[in-house]
Design a protein around this ligand. Structure first.
Ligand SMILES: *Cc1c(COP(=O)(O)O)cnc(C)c1O
Length: 465
């Protein structure tokens, strides 16, 4: 019954943003002692990627594939149609994505990099150049694997950790014009935009910037593709920060972003709220057909793309849930909350906090460790030692031995898995970071003992200097 007259008892508007779910199934996390962690870290050659997950208390290595699924997603797992061809789960996923993005041509893949591999096998190759606001590491690796060159064109503000530009993920549009002029449009198969921009801090791209990039693409008849792993978080930022966008729903903003694109590569392990899965969206019918042929060659038939029917079902449900604005406001606020606590403790982070992670400026954290000795890796090891927290270096280790352009900053990423941890977990993380910062002068530089050439951060072995 609606309350007609609440009078003096009308409750105040509460401002606390809560986790918009309750917990029905729990997974214990295991405490370790400082001595145990010291031994385990050494056994893992100072690379937390090589730890067993059970040895980690709070795992902020990545937000990828680490989401907690909802009861409706688990129900979808039971409903999954495992037919080889034409699975009902595929059609539900196709309809969900068509509804969100306006794309008719939807291919499932096992994860984002499979979509990238297929796309760049088709359009990449020696002599080609692919510009992006900033390539994610697997995107860059797949472009380079095809023989093409991957170029980052971030706005200058992206290099300044404390510049509070609201859309620090934007592309430098004049730099794109110059690149097209210099390289020749015939050598550029497509222009890419990463939403949100993972490499430069989980920072959003404005709809205005996306429109400007699209206008340049149109002028040169170049396709625009988006790396849309975190399109929902990006849409939330546009709604919250971009002048004139507040009245739009996140769904409308999402549609406006995809309407500008000719295609998208997507890892569903992020905003898809699932543990595995990806998508490749392509508007052009001929290119889509070629992508279907490649998908069948290496991933599976076009209606499952290397996934089980139940995975498609969970993904379809995840993409419906991620559009809920209560979820997105809690999500973005959680990241901001952790960021505010770190700033209050004196750490320098990339500001303003992005959508899925806090990026600690490890160069500022460890001024006594030169870049060649990987200050980010030193902070990562310190966080594990002090509190069993697993973080990820995003700096000279990840950039590899011969980066096309050296990383602007030495960063440590604390990625927040979706719906997996609560506020007290983040209070603990903030306390550990503050404690390590207070003892930062005891951190030592690192050297690489052994590493592959490509994507070395996953498997490199380190020693302390
Ligand atoms: C995770 C990610 C990818 C790759 O997706 P995977 O599912 O890990 O293969 C590509 N681009 C961006 C921006 C990402 O965050």
């Amino acid at each position: 019954m609606p309350i007609q007259n609440r009078g003096p008892f009308e409750p105040p508007t509460l401002r606390t943003i809560i986790e918009p779910f309750r917990i029905k199934s729990v997974e214990p996390v295991r405490m370790t002692t400082a001595d145990e962690r010291e031994r385990l870290l050494r056994e893992a050659s100072f690379n937390p990627f090589l730890l067993h997950a059970s040895q980690v208390l709070i795992d902020l290595l990545t937000d990828s594939g680490a989401s907690a699924m909802s009861s409706e997603q688990w129900a979808g797992i039971m409903r999954g149609d495992e037919s080889y061809a034409g699975s009902e789960s595929f059609w539900r996923l196709r309809d969900t994505m068509r509804d969100l993005t306006g794309f008719d041509n939807v291919l499932p893949t096992h994860q984002g990099r499979a979509s990238e591999r297929i796309l760049f096998e088709l359009v990449g190759g020696p002599g080609k150049v692919v510009p992006n606001n900033a390539h994610f590491d697997t995107t860059r690796a797949n472009i380079e694997h095809s023989g093409a060159k991957a170029v980052n064109l971030p706005i200058p503000e992206a290099a300044s950790p404390t510049s509070r530009h609201p859309f620090k993920g934007n592309m430098d549009v004049p730099a794109l014009e110059r690149l097209i002029e210099r390289e020749g449009r015939e050598n550029i198969p497509l222009v890419m935009m990463t939403l949100t921009n993972n490499t430069s801090g989980g920072q959003p791209v404005s709809l205005g910037n996306l429109r400007e990039v699209k206008a340049v693409c149109d002028r040169h008849r170049l396709p625009l593709f988006i790396d849309a792993c975190r399109f929902a978080e990006n849409a939330w930022f546009i709604k919250a920060r971009e002048p004139g966008m507040h009245a739009m729903s996140v769904r409308q903003v999402t549609r406006a972003m995809f309407d500008l694109a000719d295609g998208a590569t997507i890892s569903a392990k992020k905003d898809g709220l699932v543990n595995i899965g990806g998508l490749l969206l392509i508007r052009d019918a001929a290119l889509f057909q070629r992508a279907c042929n490649l998908l069948i060659l290496t991933e599976g038939f076009v209606t499952y793309g290397g996934l089980a029917g139940r995975d498609l079902e969970a993904m379809a449900q995840g993409y419906r849930e991620v559009m809920e604005e209560d979820y997105l406001s809690y999500r973005i606020r959680s990241v901001e909350y952790l960021g505010e606590k770190l700033i209050a403790s004196g750490l320098r982070i990339i500001e303003p906090p992005g959508g899925h992670a806090i990026y600690i400026d490890a160069g500022h954290f460890c001024p006594h460790i030169p870049r060649a000795e990987f200050p980010g890796q030193a902070v990562v090891c310190g966080l594990y030692r002090i509190a069993g927290i697993r973080a990820c270096e995003i700096g000279s280790v990840m950039a590899g031995p011969r980066p096309a352009s050296p990383p602007a900053l030495e960063l440590v990423r604390l990625a927040l898995p979706r719906r997996a941890y609560t506020q007290s977990h983040y209070d603990y993380v903030a306390e550990a970071c503050a404690e390590l910062f207070a003892r930062r002068h005891s951190l030592r530089g690192m050297r690489i003992v052994e590493a592959p050439d490509v994507l070395r951060h996953f498997t490199a072995r380190f020693a302390e200097i």
